[in-house]
Design a binder for this molecule. Sequence first.
Ligand SMILES: [Cu+2]
Length: 391
Amino acid sequence: MDGVPGMTQDPIPAGGTFRYEFTAPHPGTYFYHPHSGVQLDRGLYGVLVVDDPHEPGRYDAEWIVVLDDWVDGTGRTPDQILADLQEGGDDSMGDMHDMGGMEGMDHGSMGGSMGGMHGIEGMQSPLLGGAGDIVYPHYLLNGRTTEDPVTLSAKPGQRVRIRFVNAGSDTAFRVAVGGHRMTVTHSDGFPVVPVPTDALLIGMGERFDATVTIGEGVYPLVATAEGKQGQALAVIRTGAGRPPTGDVKVREPARQVLLGTVLSAAESVRLDPRSADRSHDLVLGGSMAPYRWTINGKTFPDTDPLQLTQGERVRLRFVNHSMMFHPMHVHGHTFALTNSGARKDTVIVRPMATLDVDLDADNPGQWATHCHNIYHAETGMMTTLSYQGQE
Ligand SMILES: [Cu+2]
C-alpha cells in the first residue's frame, strides 16, 4: 500500500475511497502525499509522526514545522507551470522563468547554459548549484505566509524538539532560529549522532528533528528559500516583545550550515558491516528544453527497473551528471550513507557529484525511487526498486 499509481495500485478516483492499512515499523518524522501529477505542489500532504515508546523524550515541548513553496491561487497553478516547462518556454512563462535562448541546451554540459540560466534568475546556491526551476511568489511555514505567520509558544528555558518537514516541490530551505543554535538529532526519522549547528539545509522530502533551548522573548524562526529570493517565517514567543517583520533577517543562516550528508548514524541504527552483494548506478541527467529529467538516460515509465533479490545488501550509486541538485528518495527502505552511516530515505545529491548509499533488501515489492523535486519526478526522474519475496 505504497500508493504510487501505475506501480502499486490504481489512482484513487475523484470521489472515491481507499483505505490504507500499514504497520508503522520505525518511529520518526514522516509525511504523506499523493504521487499523482503535481498535486503535492497544491498542498495535498500531511505530517505523520510515529512516536517511539522507548524514546527518553529529553525535551519539554514539540513543534512541527512544515515548509512549502507556494503558487496556487496567485493566477497560476502547478499544472500550468508544469505545462509551461514542458512546452519549453513559450510566452506564457511570463516572468516566472526566462527560457529565452534555451533551446536544446543541456543541464548536463558543464559550464553550459544551466549556470547561465540560473544565474539570470538568481537560482544558484553555493551549496547546491542550480537550486530550482521555479520562482514562487510565496514560501510558507505551516501553511502561512510571512505576512501572517504562526506563533510557536514555549516557556523560557524550555528545550523544544522541532520536527522539520520540507514539503516543497522545487525549493530547499535553510532553517535557523534567530539568536539560537540548534542540535540536530534525527534525519528522515532515524537518530543521528547529535550535532549542534547555526542552520540546517533541508531538501525537498527531507525531514530533520532538532532541539533548541529557547531563551525568553520573541524570536524569528526563518526558512530562507535556498538560491531564491524569499523566506518562510514563524514567530517563537516565550515572553514579551514585538514580533519580527516578514522580511526579518537573522545571522544564523550565513554562519554554519549543516547538510544531512555530514550526519553520522546513531549506533543503534547503524547497518551491520557487510559488503554489497549488488550495486546499481543511477545516473541523473536532464535538460530544460525539452524539459525532461532522466535516470540512466531514460524517463519514467521507460526507465529500467533496478532488480534486487531479497536478503541482499544493495549499493545504490547516485551519479549526478546535471548542474542541479536532486533530493533522491527511495520508497520502502531507509538506506545508509556509505561515508557516515547516517540512515536516510531522501538525500541531496549535488551537481556533478557521486553519492553512495547502502540498503538491505528486506521489504520486497515495487518501490518508487525518484527525485523529490516534483517537477523532475513528474517529467521522468523516477525508477523502481523491484524484487519479489522469497517463497
Ligand atoms: Cu531532481
